[in-house]
Design a protein around this ligand. Structure first.
Ligand code: 2BA
Length: 109
């Protein structure tokens, strides 16, 4: 068995979980936020049999889309007389960041 940890855009998480449940996967959705952008994202946990990992990844691929987001850079420390014109930078986020971990033991108690 494997544990898939998928970090996705919050708008993709609902359709992703619905699509997984339609195909008889079990999923847990957690609210999370990105370390870099500090914006909300969603983390979906999936316990999956080894032979179903590729099918689960396919569903993640179909339902999670990359987006560009704007970030405001931190202003530098300025010397007197200097000035800084902030302009937003574009960052590409997602579709999904997925970790596939081996599960040593799975119990439902
Ligand atoms: P964030 O950390 O908020 O990162 C959002 C996007 O900002 C990233 O998209 C990437 O394009 C960019 N980015 C992140 N760190 C950067 C840096 N040090 N310099 C320049 N650009 C940077 P994704 O790579 O698609 O990641 C989306 C979200 O997935 C991340 O949100 C984070 O929550 C998670 N993630 C990605 N890689 C991870 C990793 N190795 N470990 C844990 N979480 C990860």
């Amino acid at each position: 068995m494997k544990l898939l940890v998928a970090i996705v855009h919050p708008e993709d998480a609902g359709p992703l979980v619905d699509a997984l449940l339609d195909r008889e996967f079990r999923a847990t959705r957690l609210h999370s936020s990105g370390g870099f952008l500090k914006q909300s994202n969603a983390t979906v946990l999936l316990g999956v049999e080894d032979d179903a990992v590729e099918e689960a990844l396919g569903i993640v691929r179909e339902n999670c889309h990359s987006r560009t987001q704007l970030v405001n850079p931190m202003p530098p420390i300025l010397e007197p007389g200097e000035f800084f014109l902030p302009y937003p930078l574009e960052v590409e986020v997602g579709g999904a960041t997925v970790f596939v971990l081996p599960v040593e033991r799975f119990e439902k108690l």
